[in-house]
Design a protein around this ligand. Structure first.
Ligand code: CP
Length: 310
């Protein structure tokens, strides 16, 4: 596939990408990973500036975007705390974007509202990347998740993937589910009934993508998976803290005992941060790839930035 199909484009949802396009991003990511391993000095984006506008907390996404841009020779401006910006004076998202798009060549935005990245793109004169819009989408996370599976399992097609936990609110789960469905992977959704994947998403995945979905509230349904993906319970999306506490007290935990019963030597993945859902006792096991997964955020975001701006 020609290398310029993402040039000048927004990246707002994983659903805008085809399978060959995702494969092309993974191939570019591998090239970037090798360049990083060789400690090459890259200057593809010299004289370009990225703005990171983070209206919600982040460690990995913001810092890996900023690191990726700098490793490509570019510069970074932005904020990690919107309470220090003119938003608190009442400035609209539209006006903020209008202004910032004259300060930077690309914008990565994280915002608590679903659809905020689309709104930003509508007011921007430079490409916009959705770095997480509420319980909506997190496309660059899905791409680095796919890259992790490819690097750690050697393939994607044919793998059994279990996605566990707060499926209703975890945008990373939703973005990854759509991406895996595009590759034809059957999925197991494990979560408490009230936190299961929204029905409209599950039926879209089965009807439009033609995959099989098994649902369960029991962790044992993940014992025959090749890939186990377990985000934290999304505390910030609960209107009632007591509801959150109720589910948090009975949340799932991947530990040594669980892994001793697993049949397919699964890799354990998480977008992180980890709260209680992955026991620290498995951190040093070869199955535990979540920190490596976070490190893949750099080559994947380098590939995306280079493909949009290069
Ligand atoms: N995976 C992820 O989005 O992590 P952060 O919230 O720390 O960016």
């Amino acid at each position: 596939m020609a290398g310029d199909w993402l040039k000048g484009k927004n990246l707002l949802s994983i659903k805008q990408l085809s399978k060959p396009q995702i494969e092309s991003i993974m191939s570019q990511s591998e090239t970037m990973l090798h360049a990083l391993e060789r400690r090459e000095r890259l200057t593809y984006l010299q004289n370009m500036i990225m703005a990171t506008l983070f209206f919600e907390p982040s460690t990995r996404t913001r810092l890996s975007f900023e690191s990726a841009m700098q490793r490509l020779g570019g510069g970074v401006i932005g904020f990690a705390d919107s309470s220090t910006t003119s938003t608190v004076k009442g400035e609209s998202l539209a006006d903020t974007i209008e202004v910032v798009s004259s300060y930077a060549d690309i914008i990565a935005i994280r915002h608590p509202q679903i659809g905020s990245a689309e709104e930003a793109a509508a007011h921007s004169r430079v490409p916009v990347i959705n770095a997480g819009d509420g319980a909506g989408q997190h496309p660059t996370q899905a791409l680095l998740d796919m890259f992790t599976i490819k690097m750690e399992k050697g393939r994607i097609e044919g793998l059994k993937v279990a996605i566990i936990g707060d499926l209703k609110n975890a945008r990373t789960s939703r973005s990854l589910a759509y991406t895996l469905a595009l590759f034809g992977n059957d999925l197991t959704f494990i979560g408490p009934k009230a936190l299961q994947m929204p029905k409209e998403v599950s039926s879209e995945l089965t009807k439009d993508y033609g995959i099989n979905i098994e649902t369960s509230d029991s962790l044992s349904a993940a014992l025959n998976a090749d890939v186990i993906y377990i985000p934290r319970i999304q505390k910030e999306r609960f209107a009632d803290i007591n509801e959150y506490k109720k589910y948090a007290a009975n949340y799932y935990t991947i530990n040594k005992k669980f892994l001793s019963k697993a049949t397919r030597d699964p890799i354990i993945m998480s977008p992180l941060p980890r709260i209680t859902e992955i026991s620290r006792e498995i951190d040093n096991m070869k199955n535990s790839v979540y920190f490596k997964q976070a490190s893949y955020g750099i080559p994947v975001r380098m590939a995306i930035l280079k493909m949009i701006l290069g």
